[in-house]
Ligand binder design. Sequence first.
Ligand SMILES: [Zn+2]
Length: 388
Amino acid sequence: MNDKRPPMKSSERLDEMIRAFEPAYPFISDAYDDKKPLACSECFTDIGLRLEARNVTAMTGACPKCESKKGVLITRKSAMVLAYRYFSLGTMHEPDYGRAPLLVFNEHTKTTQNIKDANITDLEKFEEVLGMGFFEYGPPLWMLGEIEPLKALRKKRQRPAIISEILDRYPSIILPKDQMFFRVRVNPSGDPSLYAQYDSPPKDINVEKGRWDSKQLSIMYCSPDIQTCLHECRAHVSDQVFLASVTGRSNLRLLDLTHHLEESGDWFRSLDLSIQYLFQAGRHSYEISRAIAKSAKDAGFDGLFVPSHFSSLRTGHHYFQAIRGMPIRAFPALREQQKAKVVPNLLLFGHPIEESKVKILSVNRVHMERAEYTLRFGPVIDEGLFFF
Ligand SMILES: [Zn+2]
């Protein structure tokens, strides 16, 4: 071998891997972009797939396959993006923690018999016309939550040791006292002009507890992002919605769980992934979040800075979390993109208004004028036919 290039650092090797490896949309290479139409959206039977094709390309003209001029034209590259969005993101399986697609594809494989047996509409057109085969994804098990710190967090007796590690490894940040954030109330029972309405619920009131608050710890849920506040409150168009604009009366000390812990190597021991999966998980995970909040309070923090459960919905960042069996979070080149995915929530412990930790600058009624959904479609499939 005459390769005299100096050895690459592992971070460079990871970046090189992204350039070399395409199927993880949005990194599908322009090498596939030959602008040559192979089929069109009208070639598909499934209406969701036709609509999804329009999310991917706007190229029009006569279809070389069915001769229709009504649809959008599909090239090799747009076919790959479409297959990624519709068949991979569209078949995302979500166990208690983590997530992984059931179906993946490439242009070197024939579609497996198991997938043929699932009779997914239009799949054969991707194979015949667009030259790609589909197979069951065998995810690395960390993608399904098989991560040691996360497993320990789920066990009450092992939980304190991991929480103590979280308090050690995640940074403490200061929220400057002039930095504004927001607090929403939906259909308050009392006078909405009273600032006390915007504090955490009084301890003696039996309200449904959320992801972070508990009988032991009241929490004032806030966010620097108004839209996230509204979505977190599940506000409907017919609700009376009020918004308080808030700042600290002094600097507030927060545990920053939006921080990206830099780890390498053994993803099965990753605390960073454990925390990510915790934020994405449903109600079954709340006892863990609540225990973390309680410990942070006991450690003297004023609150937590955490990624909203609805971050991906707010930012529209949807892609699966592995490239070649490694977490996307491991790639330095994608770090900024990962950061952009996070919409933070600000959780303040206790009753910050009553305790004079924060002040309300003003209170407004909020009217929802218009809402718009950006949608992605996928097939309806019987998950039981697949491996996990
Ligand atoms: Zn066509």
